[in-house]
Write a protein that binds this ligand. Structure first.
Ligand code: ADP
Ligand code: MG
Length: 660
């Protein structure tokens, strides 16, 4: 069989196999052309999910008669002026879309050049031109009356390649794909108006945002991702060397079951890249359960030579010259943004709570157990400058009720492993950082005492001024679990255990990062018998355990001796802790997953070191908790992305009672 060149139509159909998977790909290519043509308004209409008809109308630059005849030729493009594939500034550059579509469908392009910047001759034409191609065969080229800009109509997609036609799904599925592609393009182009409709209804409508509006990008994202996102997202703007990353990151408490709402744009092009999903996973690892996904939208700008856009005909994949740097910038930008979000938790939580709040269910509830605070405790709320330290003492010296429900509820033997925190009074006056102080309430160490006292006393002078306390003033504790505070414009309900666990966890991490964890020697080293495999596993990670303050050695067959423990744990149930660490090791696998293991262990420590549900708090203690939440980053969610508090706005409560 001799070698021969394939006919152009066949070549185009082969290319179409890659460029055009389904109606959504044709729509994406055509809208990209409209954007490259400088359009500020793009209307897309489809029938039958795009299978029988697609029309794209734009108000872009339009084409001359000559360009119109050329643009349907293979590899004809106006977009690579210097012929440099590594300096791509447009969405298109391969010159493939129109000839591909023309080879598998009936294509009609009607266009009229806009007046600016074009040749005299063209300017004098006051009509446009229309060109038709069917299955790769050029039909008519004729004058047409048309406003400035271009209209591209695609009928009977894939009629010339029936095999591909068979793969198309139901109209609504094809619409979903098209909508997904269009949403991405709309997110990256806030100054362009988009309308997308099928024969039944308008599916997407975004008005053009004003270039003068600083919030244009966020407003557009709101139109696409919903107001939940815009109200619960933090802005990102980070510049590092030749990279700039902007966009918005959703608060961890606003999360979804998959990564569908994570978007990355590289130099304005929507791309799908594992780097994004991976970076997001790393950045949110501490704040979300592993099966939950945050919402993020990031725009990366970098020099065009630092990224290869020509990886696949569909142009949604890219290759970065320095993928490590891109990942780092994504991770650090997200982490910084989350840190700045402070104690915020997403308002969606309150909305969900409110919608679950039915009048009938209120009526059926038994009387709530409200613990009125004794007048003596109440007085502590008038903030003296020593209030904070005093309150900590109260925390530290109060006994943990032995019958208090264990955090571990579901874990069989763990209930017995509770640390007997704070069972003895701390020796504040000695100033030695020994065991007794360690045993004092762990929260105390979240901040250096002096700095914290200063901070609190500066709050104190603004006594009872709601405005300076975003989380309000504590009023009561319900069910020995929830702190109820009155804020300037609503009610704040705090889960005391969840939030305190977070505060202690953040403290442990900060300590680790700064100076390693402070250790204290045990007067009587504790010997713990372990099962054979538990024994081996814990000995494998003794060095890592040392990093966070646990000194463990082998002590004969299947026993270890604990010589030093993190000071923060005080007089805890050391055996319980070691067993929990072994359990954590079982759950997270080998010590290769060291970082995760350390974090999990810190989480376990934080849990041991935090106040339980079931512990009665004084008003003073409650207010201290609120004030610390306000100054601690990430305190709006627990270690698993669940909210630590819910804020109900006054106006919503009024709505509940029909007052407004
Ligand atoms: P590419 O976009 O890669 O250049 P296409 O086949 O999509 O390839 O388009 C070929 C050329 O047709 C473009 O380079 C552009 O000059 C012209 N063109 C296509 N669509 C439009 C449009 N809507 N408005 C103006 N010019 C267009
Ligand atoms: Mg194109």
């Amino acid at each position: 069989m001799s070698v021969r060149l394939l006919p152009p139509t066949l070549i185009n159909q082969i290319a179409a196999g890659e460029v055009l998977e389904r109606p959504a790909s044709a729509i994406k290519e055509l809208v990209e052309n409209s954007l490259d043509a400088g359009a500020t308004s793009i209307e897309i209409a489809v029938r039958d999910g795009g299978r029988s008809y697609i029309a794209i109308v734009d108000n872009g630059c339009g084409m001359t008669k000559e360009d119109l005849t050329l643009c349907v030729q293979r590899h004809a493009t106006s977009k690579l002026p210097d012929g440099n594939l590594f300096d791509i500034k447009t969405l298109g550059f391969r010159g493939e879309a129109l000839p591909s579509i023309g080879s598998v469908a009936r294509l009609k392009i009607t266009t009229k050049l806009t007046n600016k910047g074009h040749s005299q001759e063209s300017d004098q034409e006051n009509h446009g031109w229309a060109l038709t191609i069917e299955g790769g065969v050029q039909k008519d080229l004729e004058p047409a009356s048309h406003p400035c800009g271009t209209k591209v109509e695609v009928s009977d997609l894939f009629f010339a390649t029936p095999a591909r036609l068979k793969f198309l799904k139901a109209a609504h599925t094809e619409i979903t794909h098209a909508l997904d592609a269009l949403k991405r393009l709309a997110m990256a182009n806030p100054y362009v108006a988009f309308t997308f409709k099928d024969e039944k209804k308008v599916l997407l409508q975004c008005a053009a945002q004003s270039p003068e509006d600083e919030e244009a990008s966020l407003k557009r994202l709101g139109e696409i991702m919903g107001s939940d996102f815009t109200e619960n997202a933090v802005a990102i703007d980070l510049e590092q060397e030749d990279f700039r990353l902007t966009g918005f990151a959703g608060l961890p408490t606003l999360n979804r079951a998959n990564a569908q709402y994570q978007f990355l744009f590289v130099n304005g092009r929507p791309v799908k890249d594992k780097i994004l999903n991976h970076g997001v996973k790393v950045a949110y690892a501490d704040y979300l359960a592993r099966d939950r996904f945050p919402l993020v939208c990031l725009f990366l700008e970098l020099k065009s030579e630092a990224v290869d856009m020509n990886v696949h005909p569909a142009k949604t994949e890219v290759r970065f010259r320095e993928p490590g740097k891109v990942r780092n910038i994504i991770v650090s930008a997200l982490k910084n943004a989350l840190k700045q979000s402070g104690f915020r938790a997403s308002g969606t939580v309150a909305n969900e709570a409110l919608s679950a709040f039915k009048i009938e269910s209120i009526q059926r509830q038994p009387t709530l157990t409200l613990h009125p605070v004794s007048s003596e405790q109440g007085q502590t709320q008038t903030r003296s400058s020593s209030g904070f330290a005093q309150g900590l003492k109260t925390f530290a010296t109060a006994n943990v009720t032995p019958s208090a429900p264990s955090y571990y509820g579901s874990r069989s033997s763990a209930g017995a492993r509770n640390f007997a925190f704070a069972a003895q009074a701390p020796t504040h006056s000695s100033g030695t950082r020994g065991m007794a102080e360690g045993a004092s309430f762990a929260l105390k160490q979240a901040f250096s005492e002096e700095a914290m006292t200063d901070q609190i006393s500066s709050h104190v002078s603004e006594q009872d001024d709601f405005a300076s306390y975003p989380l309000g003033l504590a009023r009561a504790q319900l069910h020995e679990t929830y702190v109820i505070a009155e804020s300037q414009d609503g009610i704040v309900i705090v889960d005391q255990h969840a939030v305190h666990e977070r505060l202690v966890y953040e403290d442990l991490k900060a300590q680790m990062a700064e100076k390693g964890i402070r250790r204290q020697g045990l007067l009587i080293p504790e010997v713990i018998e372990l099962q054979g495999d538990q024994y081996r596993k814990i000995l494998e990670i003794t060095q890592e355990l040392e990093q966070f303050g646990l000194i463990i050695e082998s002590f004969g067959a299947n026993a270890v001796v604990v010589r030093e423990i993190p000071a923060i744990l005080g007089q805890g149930d050391i055996k319980g802790l070691i067993l929990d660490i072994v359990d954590d090791l079982d759950e997270t696998g080998s010590s290769a997953k060291l970082k995760e293991t350390i974090d999990e262990i810190l989480g376990t420590m934080a849990c041991h070191g935090s106040i339980r549900a079931g512990r009665r708090l004084s008003l003073q203690e409650m207010n201290e908790l609120l004030r610390q939440m306000e100054v601690t980053p990430y305190s709006g969610q627990c270690n698993h992305g669940r909210p630590t508090y819910v804020q109900l706005k006054k106006k919503d409560i009024e709505r509940l009672f029909g007052r407004s």
